[in-house]
Write a protein of this length. Structure first.
Lengths: 429, 188
């Protein structure tokens, strides 16, 4: 069977020659030039591209730091200090990588907020959303293992506390923790495997992001009205309209990032991260990186064992409840497309949900505060309140998007949605 | 094509068996890969530590390293032992008698893995100036778990008593941590 030759598309014969054999230029034009974007997409739509840029920046700085890194308990701390002091521009690589993780999380958290607020998780983007949650989990695993590599007090003890969580599982717990450590304490085998995995996972993330964008280009982008584009009038080509807009957002974001690197590179880092790990001495206060704080607070909010009444037999120890709640709080997001049954996507037209999303953001900040404090007194109560709201949120959402609940939770009365994107009063032109 | 009354064919059967064999093969291949992450032989070889107790004074605690973890060894005075054993332990979170946590005839020696059973921090209380908590045992700075002079959890989030490792007395002042005691009757 003979295939018709590609019609002449490119004036450059070299590009034409390649494209006939591997249609990469055709693909690029389709996906990044003519790709139709809803014309009303706002700056919150720039954070996916920003996150992608941060991922590449993390890979580049990471690979070059790895060239000077010694993944051994005797050499790791010193090799990182040497990178900072002696390696040409090593300080820049490290500060960019350290703060890069923070900015990567800032971008992704805003990106997820955008999805929550405008209902981007709803049909037909359920799978796109689920892939996003998988990316988030992979990012968390990667950041956690990366934090262990400098082999500081915070590295070693953060690793100890979090890996010990798996000991909460009945029966298999202890064996699981030993397996994770490769020994009987956080030690050289642990550091070795964390280095291997920290090197590997970002490339896995890159692969999953590729699938994420593939799914995005199948359904197209959502927009602030949540109404799908109906006519070509509702969209504009990605290039030059959104390539320009996204580039501007990226430049602003990177400016803030560079300002952080140059003027406050250690603002987000604990002092104990600059002391070598001593397995015999626990620091007074172990805190994870800021982007884990809300989840850390959820973990610590469970303080009461659930036991069979009037006996000493504990059914669900507090530790296990905390572990399940912490992992559950993220896994739960995967089910969001089915928790929320409202046909209206955007919170703009959902008066109750709109308030709820902002409450959720407040709860996350409260949890973040609680997670940063010593677990005593008021911060514990704040954490418990935040945890209660975090989980109540999804339950309430379930009911307001259906028929309410026994008069306690009302059914949400949504506002009229514009007939099309072009009818959105924000951008009638 | 041969097919029985349900419409299942020979080909379906072959697909299923081939699929099942493939699954078994993948499962078998996964075993060595997963097991390679378990403690290696040299890590296991470091499984015992010998400790000379002859210079430890009553009331003193020493810390030694065993399997990369601290082990607390406290020499308790007869008064302390009497005081601990007078308490009713049945209502404790992880109920265990002091007798069950030491070896018979060596009741003054309390040997504990110095890792908080909550989330793995190292409790304070082994050095003279460190806080020992309300019961004179150990206090974990991470989330406030408090242990008594038998290493039992008395307050705070930790679910279990501090673990007692296997150890054997070679003589009255020499122990090997990590070795099962010979006949090892617990203290009466
Ligand atoms: C490494 C992290 C991530 C990268 C690099 C990334 C990349 C992207 C890019 C480039 C886009 C298109 C631009 C945009 O609409 O903003 C996008 C869209 C999207 N992402 Fe992500 N993403 C990441 C993580 C996540 C996570 C964690 C979630 C959700 C939990 C998520 C959910 C979505 C959704 C729902 C869309 C389509 C949104 C719409 O058009 O309304 N993404 N992503
Ligand atoms: S680790 Fe000791 S109290 Fe939490």
């Amino acid at each position: 069977m003979s295939r018709p030759a590609n019609p002449e598309k490119f004036s450059n014969p070299c590009i034409q020659w390649i494209d006939e054999r591997l249609p990469i230029f055709t693909m690029l034009i389709k996906e990044y030039r003519v790709f139709p974007m809803p014309k009303n997409a706002n700056y919150l739509w720039s954070f996916g591209g920003i996150a992608m840029t941060m991922l590449i920046l993390m890979i580049v700085t990471g690979v070059f730091m790895a060239m000077n890194y010694d993944p051994n308990t005797h050499g790791a701390f010193e090799s990182v200090e040497r990178t900072m002091r002696d390696v040409n521009y090593g300080w820049l690589l490290r500060y960019a990588h350290m703060n890069g993780a923070s900015f990567f999380f800032i971008a992704v958290y805003i990106h997820v907020f955008r999805g929550l607020y405008y209902g981007s998780y709803k049909t037909p983007r359920e799978l796109l959303w689920i892939i996003g949650v998988i990316i988030l989990l992979l990012m968390m695993a990667t950041a956690f293992m990366g934090y262990a590599l400098p082999w500081s007090q915070m590295s070693g003890w953060g690793t100890t506390v979090i890996t010990s969580l798996f000991g909460a599982f009945p029966l298999v717990g202890d064996g699981l923790v030993t397996w994770l450590w490769g020994g009987f304490a956080v030690d050289n085998p642990t550091l070795n495997r964390f280095f291997a995995l920290h090197f590997l996972l970002p490339f896995v993330i890159l692969g999953v992001v590729f699938v994420h964008v593939w799914a995005l280009h199948q359904t197209g982008s959502n927009n602030p009205t949540g109404v799908e584009p109906k006519t070509p009038k509702d969209t504009v080509p990605f290039h030059p309209y959104f390539s320009t807009k996204d580039s501007f957002a990226l430049v602003v974001f990177l400016t803030l990032f560079l300002a952080m690197i140059f003027f406050a590179p250690l603002a987000l880092t604990e002092a104990d991260h600059f002391k070598q790990f001593d397995p015999m001495q626990t620091p007074d206060h172990i805190v994870p990186e800021w982007y884990f704080l809300p989840f850390y607070a959820i973990l610590r909010s469970f303080t009461l064992d659930i036991s069979i009444p009037f006996t000493n037999i504990i059914l669900l120890p507090a530790k296990l409840q905390g572990v399940v709640a912490m992992f559950g709080s993220i896994i739960l997001l995967m089910f969001l497309p089915w928790i929320d049954a409202s046909p209206v996507k955007s919170a703009r037209y959902r008066p109750i949900y709109r308030v709820m999303v902002f409450l959720l953001v407040i709860a996350m900040f409260a949890l973040g505060y609680a997670g940063s404090q010593k677990p005593e007194g008021l911060p514990v109560r704040i954490g418990q309140l935040g945890t209660a709201y975090y989980f109540a949120h999804w339950i309430i959402l379930w009911f307001i998007s259906r028929n309410g609940f026994m008069g306690v939770i009302p059914k949400e009365q949504t506002l009229p949605v514009p007939a099309s994107i072009s009818d959105d009063p924000c951008c009638k032109h | 094509m041969d097919s029985n009354e349900d419409g299942a064919t020979r080909r379906d059967f072959l697909y299923l068996t081939a699929g099942a064999m493939g699954a078994v093969a993948v499962g078998t291949a996964a075993v060595p890969i997963i097991d390679s992450m378990n403690p290696a032989a040299d890590t296991l070889a470091l499984a015992t530590t010998e400790v000379d107790l002859s210079s430890v004074q009553p009331g003193q605690t020493i810390t030694v390293v065993w399997q990369g973890k601290p082990v607390f060894i406290r020499r308790r005075s007869p008064d302390t032992i009497a005081q601990i054993r007078a308490e009713d332990w049945h209502s404790f979170r992880d109920p265990q008698s002091d007798q069950d946590r030491v070896q018979k005839g060596h009741d003054e020696w309390l040997v504990l893995v110095g890792v908080c059973t909550h989330l793995g921090c190292i409790p304070k209380g082994s050095k003279p100036m460190e806080p020992k908590g309300e019961w004179g045992g150990w206090f974990c700075p991470c989330h406030g778990s408090t242990y008594d002079q038998s290493g039992r959890i008395r307050k705070g989030p930790a679910p279990h008593n501090l673990k007692v490792p296997d150890y054997a007395f070679k003589s009255n002042t020499l122990i090997v941590i990590g070795e099962k005691p010979k006949s090892a009757p617990k203290a009466a």
